[in-house]
Design a protein around this ligand. Structure first.
Ligand code: SF4
Length: 715
């Protein structure tokens, strides 16, 4: 019987589908079911570890809410009917109102191949860049900050840097909950080298603070003041890397003078950030005196009306001290979603072209058009997420296709998004789950395959491309997203460019495009002009693709085995080859609270993923926290007449969030924290993002999720 068990079960290597850490997973498969998972010890991202979400992957497999057939106006139908209806209507709208009347809204949950095909269809064939993604809510600030400083959207460092550094600053990141395996790696490194210091910069005292030598509970939104103050401190305390500044950067003097004009001293920085001067001085001193430092920044920095500027103040401090391109030294933006990075690689954002090319550059537009043989190449940026749904509400966009995301729960002013979709002429939704808050508003819902059923690549926070392997048959009538988009493309008249039969064909095309005119193989100029380049994989065999070993880009003829760390040669992707300091005049969030309001901050809890459509089905994952809550400081609880465990209601613009009161001095006074996850299928009136104002960063369009003035009352 032992032999029979061996034959019936097998182990498959794949990648976790949740967060941007991108952990390798070994799945045990028996009778077409995943019966167990464990961390892949050989995967460099996690080296055998998995967090509670990853280790529950098999428990979310048999989801009772799985969508198994196409739906047309709420009735089950077949693929031919669903696709014909969708394609005919979409095409008629484009013919009548032009390509700007349609839009796609994608997701960092999609695989790179799905993303690539959707982006190609819209930007090259339909003829509009109205294709954005929920990565707009996650990473858009870091993208622009990287481009301004480095000349390209590249993350310089990697996870090993976190283990080989002497100082980790975690800014706006509850790493212990949101990126648990990165946190575990830091914990282990600190245990092995107790002199390694950890600083947490976050208004909340989170679980991440358990390992912090210093926690700076800053005033929300004051990050850029803190780092402007640090830049001045470094200059005043002889802590600059003059050689790096002189030979590898430009703009230092102006950045310093703008920073000092605003934050002249540590005292002033402490007042701006509302932290103790002694603590701030100690942290500044640590950064000044530690050669190897990594600054990890995440949503507390990005989800802001000035997130780009915040990112650049962090990068400025790393450039000023030459803490970049070396083992254990990097500014490090960590991505929220499993494939936020891959989405950026294919140009999944409305202001990007494919392969890190740009709408600002006509030769780039022509290059992509020629590569795709595109009949209707978009010539300029499209609408970013908030503006896109505004245009849907205004009736300017008449058809939208939403894939693998749930904007009725996750977009700011989420009730407005619901209204917009209710009014929209044609709403298409692709999802693996039936009856999501967004799917309920769709004219047509396409059943998509999900983790373990579809093959494709994802890129994690350290630029590492891994395969999410398809090893189970698609359930019911579900199809892969790249397949659905390709069949749709063929039905609206673009047969040849979308006749893919396997995701490796898409991957090869994507890889080939990334190398076009990138300077790598031109003998006279070997300095690449773009960071993202995987041209070394453009001829990958199907077999090698299906057994893809994790690899960090760039991967090209110069770096055939990938690139662990960028800028080791201090060559950047700017025209001059030098990194750029960006002068930043820091600013606070746009909307201060009124006397009867508190500031609502939103974020993740440890055991749930996004809007809980998958993780909410696993009893184990509800064991940690099973209902929406409101963290509130004791002084505020008293002020608003609330006791621990009461139910309170937060309100803004008529939107309401009900949650269980959790009185805790981990909160600052006048600030509350709520989880972002709950949807209307789990708890009515607890969609936190309905209360978030649709205020965005003018440079990148990322909304301000961390700072919403709301009223709070007993329920
Ligand atoms: Fe999955 Fe992220 Fe957990 Fe790793 S840390 S197992 S990628 S959810």
């Amino acid at each position: 019987s032992d032999n029979r068990a061996d034959i019936a079960s097998k182990t498959v290597k794949t990648t976790c589908c949740y967060c941007g850490v991108g952990c390798g997973v070994e799945a045990t498969v028996e009778d077409n079911r995943v019966t167990a998972v464990k961390g892949d010890e050989l995967h460099p991202a996690n080296l055998g570890r998995l967090c509670v979400k990853g280790s529950s992957l098999h428990e979310t497999q048999s989801n009772p809410n799985r969508l198994l057939q196409p739906m047309l106006h709420g009735e089950a139908t077949d693929w031919e009917t669903a696709l014909n209806y969708s394609a005919d209507k979409f095409k008629a709208i484009v013919e009548q109102y032009g390509p700007e009347s349609v839009a796609f809204y994608l997701s960092g949950q999609l695989l790179t191949e799905d993303y690539y095909v959707a982006n190609k269809l819209m930007k090259g064939f339909v003829g509009t860049a109205n294709i954005d993604t929920n990565s707009r809510l996650c990473m858009a600030s870091a993208v622009v900050a990287h481009k301004r400083a480095f000349g390209g959207d590249v993350v310089p460092g990697n996870y090993e840097d976190l283990e080989n550094t002497d100082l980790v600053l975690l800014v706006g990141s509850n790493t212990a909950y949101a990126h648990p395996i990165i946190y575990q790696r830091i914990v282990k490194a600190k245990a092995a080298r107790p002199n390694m210091k950890v600083v947490v910069i976050d208004p909340r005292r989170t679980a991440t603070c358990d390992i912090a030598d210093y926690h700076l509970a800053i005033r929300p939104g004051s990050d850029a003041f803190l780092f402007n103050g640090l830049l001045g401190y470094l200059a005043d305390n002889n802590a600059l890397d003059s050689e790096f500044i002189a030979n590898h950067s430009e703009g230092f003097d102006e950045a310093l003078s703008v920073a000092k004009a605003q934050v002249a001293s540590v005292e002033q920085a402490a007042v701006m950030c509302d932290v103790a001067k002694n603590d701030l001085t100690a942290v500044y001193d640590l950064f000044a005196k530690t050669t190897k430092a990594v600054t990890v920044f995440s949503q507390g920095v990005n989800q802001s009306s000035s997130g780009v500027d915040k990112g650049n103040t962090i990068i400025n401090c790393h450039l000023a001290t030459g803490k970049i391109g070396k083992l254990g030294a990097a500014p490090f933006s960590i991505t929220g979603q499993p494939n936020a990075m891959g989405g950026r690689e294919v140009g999944g954002l409305a202001n990007q072209l494919a392969a890190h090319m740009s709408f600002d550059n006509q030769p780039d537009i022509d290059r992509v058009a020629s590569f795709w043989r595109a009949p209707n190449m978009a010539q300029g940026e499209g609408l970013k997420a908030v503006d896109m749904f505004q245009a849907v509400h205004d009736g300017k966009i008449k058809a939208i296709w939403i894939m693998a995301t749930n904007p009725v729960v996750t977009m700011p002013d989420a009730n407005f998004i619901r209204e917009a979709l209710e009014k929209c002429e044609l709403v298409l939704v692709s999802d693996c789950i039936a009856n999501t808050d967004t799917g309920k508003l769709a004219d047509v819902v396409f059943p998509a395959t999900t983790w373990s059923e579809k093959n494709g690549t994802v890129t994690n926070s350290e630029r590492r491309i891994s395969l999410q392997k398809g090893f189970l048959p698609a359930p019911g009538q579900a199809k892969h997203d790249w397949q659905i988009i390709s069949e749709f493309a063929q039905k609206i008249g673009f047969e040849q460019a979308f006749n893919y039969t396997h995701p490796v064909e898409i991957f090869r095309e994507h890889a080939a495009l990334s190398g076009v005119d990138n300077g790598v193989d031109v003998g006279t100029n070997t300095r690449p002009v773009r960071g993202f380049d995987i041209s070394g994989m453009q001829h990958i065999s199907k077999q090698a693709y299906e057994n893809l070993q994790p690899i960090q880009w760039p991967v090209n003829s110069h770096k055939p085995n990938g690139t662990a760390r960028l800028f080791e040669d201090a060559n950047f992707f700017t025209a001059s080859g030098r990194a750029k300091f960006v002068p930043i005049s820091a600013r606070f969030p746009q909307m201060p609270p009124k006397d009867n309001q508190v500031i609502m901050n939103t974020g993740r809890i440890r055991d749930q993923w996004h809007t809980m459509t998958r993780t909410g089905s696993a009893a184990k994952l509800l064991g940690h926290i099973d209902e929406p809550f409101i963290d509130i400081h004791p002084a505020d609880a008293k002020r608003f007449g609330l006791a621990h465990k009461d139910i309170a209601v937060l309100e803004n613009r008529g939107a309401r969030y009900l949650g269980r009161v959790n009185v805790s001095d981990s909160q600052r006074v006048s600030e509350v924290f709520v989880p972002m996850h709950w949807n209307d299928n789990f708890a009515s009136s607890s969609r936190a993002d309905a209360l978030v104002n649709a205020i965005t960063d003018p440079l990148c369009g990322q909304p301000e999720f961390k700072h919403s003035p709301v009223e709070i009352n007993p329920y």
